[in-house]
Design a binder for this molecule. Structure first.
Ligand SMILES: Cc1ncc(COP(=O)(O)O)c(C=O)c1O
Length: 180
């Protein structure tokens, strides 16, 4: 018997009545863009993630690209990211014209190694070709990155920090939601 590694149709069958009802409700009131469901989604996401606010967008890839664009990151800038992650994490960096600088990961969590991050920032500064601007940390396989150490490095070097939590949204570190 063949067993599909990802069977979306089977997943959908479990939740189909709720999806169908939600789609029918949106069709009935006609507020397709930024309607009441979006507001409710954002409010519930913020509550779940212990965040002051949540802003929704089309997908996880856009969610990483949008802050880079908002901060004006572009050609000549270095954005540090883990060497082991889903393709979307580094993919968005060249969209802005900036250059990804890959940083090795820890052997136990597969997440960004803070010591290697520090070394990569120092090497980039010493080389003098790119201006360090931002770090994208990733919560791979649901495990949070080491935000206390990574955020301290970001603060000390004046770098922006993005938490790519596409795989770990809602994860906790020492009993707390890691990013506030
Ligand atoms: C770590 C990580 N970042 C970003 C993304 C991109 O999310 P999306 O597929 O919603 O664009 C994914 C998707 O699997 C991911 O695993």
């Amino acid at each position: 018997m063949a067993i599909a590694s990802i069977d979306l149709a089977a997943q959908q069958r479990r939740i189909k009545p709720a999806i169908d009802a939600a789609i029918a409700a949106v069709m009935a009131h006609g507020g397709y863009v930024m309607g009441p469901e979006v507001r409710e989604f954002e409010a519930r996401l913020a509550e779940f993630g212990h965040a002051k606010r949540a802003l929704s967008c089309g997908n996880g890839t856009d969610a990483i690209a949008l802050p880079l664009m908002a901060w004006g990151i572009g050609p000549g800038d270095a954005v540090f990211c883990p060497s082991f992650t889903f393709a979307a994490t580094p993919e968005v960096i060249p969209w802005t014209g900036a250059t990804p600088v890959f940083v090795d990961v820890l052997p136990d969590t597969y997440n960004l190694d803070p010591a290697k991050l520090e070394a990569a920032i120092a090497a980039t500064l010493a080389e003098g070709k790119l201006a360090p601007k931002a770090i994208i940390a990733v919560d791979l396989f649901g495990q949070p990155a080491d935000y206390p150490k990574i955020a301290e490095i970001a603060r000390r070097h004046g770098l922006k920090l993005i938490a790519d939590s596409a795989q770990g949204f809602g994860c906790t570190l020492h009993g707390q939601h890691p990013i506030h």
